[in-house]
Ligand binder design. Structure first.
Ligand code: SAM
Length: 240
């Protein structure tokens, strides 16, 4: 594929993802990331698995202490599953950004109804490739699933540019077993088929971060039926 073809494919995929998360996808994921009973068995399991990922991220951040002095960027924040707890834990500042206007509006709504100090949060409708700024910690959870390997690696490189100290990302990992499940349609079943779902090779993601000056510091695989998420933490590599 030429560079031009790659750029065009990536732009087309992004538009598709944006439309999905402003429409049918918003409805679906808003329900999954809530306590609503209007979810099927698959969606309930995705909710359980995703909560494990969120809990790990929050505990990794809390372990490292002094959250009150730290700035965060939650790229592809969805309904604010990480941004809102970070605000409650007293983070200095949070940029909650998403490609979908509907998701950003929902994050705002949830912040208001949960009595969260919204002055700490900047809500930004933006794709993560256009984000600018500098943050102590950048987080990007379960977003790369919508993009193929090369596009996801480019995203990692861009997120590294925004990161002062720590980058935390998660994605569905490529394994031969998951590849087989995907092939027979048992992975990512149901309406999620309306956007493509990609599994990614962990080594490619690590290499992209390493080449951008970051070292892998934590690594955890979270699973529930129909949910597989590889969570990685990177820290800026100390200069020798
Ligand atoms: C499966 S949800 C995960 C949401 C959130 N990170 C979480 O874990 O709760 C994926 C989110 O990524 C957003 N997204 C997809 N592509 C994006 C991009 N290129 N830039 C920013 N956000 C994106 C979608 O709009 C959606 O809100």
């Amino acid at each position: 594929m030429t560079n031009e073809d790659f750029k065009n494919q990536k732009a087309a995929e992004k538009t598709e993802v944006e439309q999905y998360f402003n429409g049918m996808g918003f409805d679906r994921w808003n329900r999954i990331y809530s306590e609503s009973n209007e979810v099927n068995k698959v969606q309930r399991n995705i909710r359980i698995g995703h909560q494990k990922t969120v809990n790990d991220v929050l505990s990794w951040i809390q372990e490292s202490g002094n959250i009150q002095n730290l700035s965060f960027c939650d790229a592809g924040c969805g309904v604010g599953s990480v941004s809102l707890p970070l605000a409650s834990l007293g983070a200095k500042s949070i940029v909650a950004s998403d490609i979908s206007e509907a998701m950003i509006e929902e994050t705002k709504k949830r912040a208001n109804s949960n009595d969260i100090d919204i002055n700490k949060i900047s809500f930004i409708k933006s794709d993560l490739e256009s984000l600018e700024g500098s943050f102590h910690t950048v987080i990007c959870l379960d977003v790369f699933i919508h993009y193929p390997q090369k596009a996801a690696e480019e995203m990692v490189r861009h997120l590294c540019v925004l990161t002062e100290e720590r980058l935390i990302v998660s994605f569905a990992p490529y394994t031969p077993f998951l590849a087989l499940l995907k092939k027979v349609g048992q992975l990512f079943p149901g309406p999620s088929k309306t956007t493509r779902a990609y599994t990614l090779r962990k080594q490619g993601i690590i290499k992209a971060a390493n080449e951008s000056g970051f070292t892998l510091t934590k690594n955890k695989l979270n699973q529930a039926p129909f949910y597989f998420s590889q969570l990685l933490e990177f820290k800026k590599t100390p200069q020798g």
